[in-house]
Design a binder for this molecule. Sequence first.
Ligand code: ATP
Length: 320
Amino acid sequence: MKRIGLLTSGGDAPGMNACIRAVVRTALYFGMDVYGIQRGYQGLIDDDMIPMQMRSVSNIVQRGGTMLMTARCLEMLTKDGQEKAVKTLKNRKIDGLVVIGGDGSFRGAKCLSEDYGIPTIGIPGTIDNDLAYTDYTLGFDTAVNTCLDVINKLRDTMTSHERISVVEVMGRHCGDIALYAGIASGAEIIIVPEVPIDMEDIIMRINRSRVDGKRSNIILLAEGVCTADEFSKRLQSVTAYSVRSTVIGHIQRGGSPTMADRMLAAQFGNKAVRLLNDGIGDRVVGIRKNEIIDMDIIEAVSMKKKFNYELYQTLQMISM
Ligand code: ATP
């Protein structure tokens, strides 16, 4: 393979820049040309791309966001848009593509490889950790650490005022951010889309903790359930303790990537280009049981994410 393209698509995630760097430098190592396609699939359709050199990716390993920018591109969902994207690749003589993004971005990648025969490798880049085939996605660790920082601060003020804090975190339909941030912050309760709300149990746990001498409670609410305001109102109507709601919001999507995300970025990016260099396409890379893996892209997008009930029970047992 002589020339590859690279794009970031969907929601941005910390570590995307570090991954761009790894892809570009591995490709240059193998003597390939690399084009950085701007604004995801929109840039592919519009032929908006820049040649990437060694120095194009200097000083970005520590930066959040994506230097290639990202977009949600509705045109890519249409046959016409897809054909334009393929035409750009053919005109540019790009014979392989790396797509860094989430579930939707992978569906675009699958379409390019399955329907048009473009060798494509997907790299999981999303804070949501909602892809079934990989234990972790790029950006998840940083996002959870950002939540921890906010929760630590909220705990201070909630304890002073003896309040209950309802904290809304991201994750779309996946409760992993709430689950991991909940365990790591010592939140008493998490509410996730995968487990039905048990209001009686929530009240019982709050009351028991207060009898036990606790002066505040943190409830982590995944955005896929409802808004923090909605849940706070519901809770306030059945408890005498004062309830406050906080939405962490887009702060979760920014910031310097953690060591864990930079390591994933380096390994995912490197693996993706190694596969293309070996003439292998139509794969996604990921991590399972601490090992970097690759698998068929069609299989990967059809897998259903399983919620980690064991971790959920761990939280139930140790957070009181
Ligand atoms: P995140 O998980 O962070 O939201 P994502 O990759 O899942 O990231 P989406 O908005 O779902 O984000 O998808 C990104 C882009 O991928 C879409 O805007 C669209 O251009 C493309 N895409 C999504 N689904 C398809 C599909 N079925 N066929 C072709 N392209 C698609």
